[in-house]
Design a protein around this ligand. Structure first.
Ligand SMILES: Nc1ncnc2c1ncn2[C@@H]1O[C@H](COP(=O)(O)OP(=O)(O)O)[C@@H](O)[C@H]1O
Ligand SMILES: [Mg+2]
Length: 246
């Protein structure tokens, strides 16, 4: 299954969720591929990837995606780099501009139980490529009033892709992240989504926890950096919930 981790806002825990969900699924015996589609390349930094071939080279048609893979913590990872910004501009000229990532993944995604795509903080053509390549999406979201606006944009973008290209990309669910249980607002936003959208909110929540933000400096997922932390437990619980849903 190919899953995009999407939210056009920056700093909503996409990269953190991608790497830690990947690590948790891998611990549970699943074969996982991770693709970084953000030009900032945060994901590669988070797990200490070396310089090398990236998704940019693949989208330019220079190499196959398999020749970019670096393995960390049992996960296969396709890194990105700054050149994705230029590639985004050149893709816009192409007729099949939405399908480049899907075509690149065709060769290899069947070898994995899960392919997770870390999306850029936009709904640009790079994000459209990620969505078009995906069966489902996970939306990591802080449960704040301001996050709600963004939810409409995501659902509309997915609907548009489904209609334009005859796809059935489904929203697997919203993952509440950086949750502070003491804040009452969280429950109110949750209720609002429940009443106004036909979208699942996962039972699992990722609590605000300093270990999640420390782990990248050690080039590790939080599952391996601090296995007993709330973050590691939360992401393991989320991986289990995801598996039990499928
Ligand atoms: N559960 C959490 N608790 C504390 N800090 C977190 C948590 N999840 C993410 N962060 C921090 O929040 C910031 C944004 O997260 P990130 O995953 O990079 O978001 P995005 O990829 O959506 O831009 C990072 O500094 C990250 O370390
Ligand atoms: Mg990110």
């Amino acid at each position: 299954m190919i899953l995009s981790i999407v939210n056009q806002k920056g700093g909503t825990g996409k990269t953190t969720t991608t790497i830690n969900l990947a690590s948790a699924l891998s611990q549970l015996g699943k074969k996982v591929l991770v693709v970084d589609m953000d030009s900032q390349g945060n994901l590669g930094y988070c797990v200490g990837l070396d310089e090398g071939n990236t998704i940019s080279d693949v989208l330019e048609g220079k190499i196959e995606i398999i020749d970019t893979i670096q393995s960390r913590e049992g996960i296969d990872i396709v890194p990105s780099d700054m050149r994705l910004v230029d590639i985004e501009l050149s893709l816009i000229e192409e007729k099949e501009r939405h399908a480049f990532l899907k075509n690149a993944l065709n060769e290899i995604s069947s070898k994995y139980d899960f392919t997770l795509i870390d999306c850029p903080p936009s709904l640009s053509i790079l994000a459209v490529n990620a969505l078009y390549a995906s069966d489902r999406v996970i939306i990591p979201m802080m449960l704040e009033v301001l996050s709600l606006q963004g939810l409409d944009q995501i659902t509309q973008t997915i609907q548009k892709i489904n209609e334009s290209y005859n796809k059935v990309i489904e929203i697997e669910g919203i993952l509440p992240v950086m949750v502070d249980k003491r804040r009452k607002l969280t429950e109110e936003v949750k209720d609002y989504i429940g009443e106004n959208y036909d979208i699942t909110i996962f039972n699992s929540m990722i609590r605000n926890n300093v270990k999640a933000s420390e782990a990248p400096s050690f080039g590790q997922s939080v599952i391996s950096y601090a296995p007993n932390s709330n973050s590691a437990k939360d992401y393991m619980a989320f991986a289990n919930e995801l598996l039990s849903r499928n």
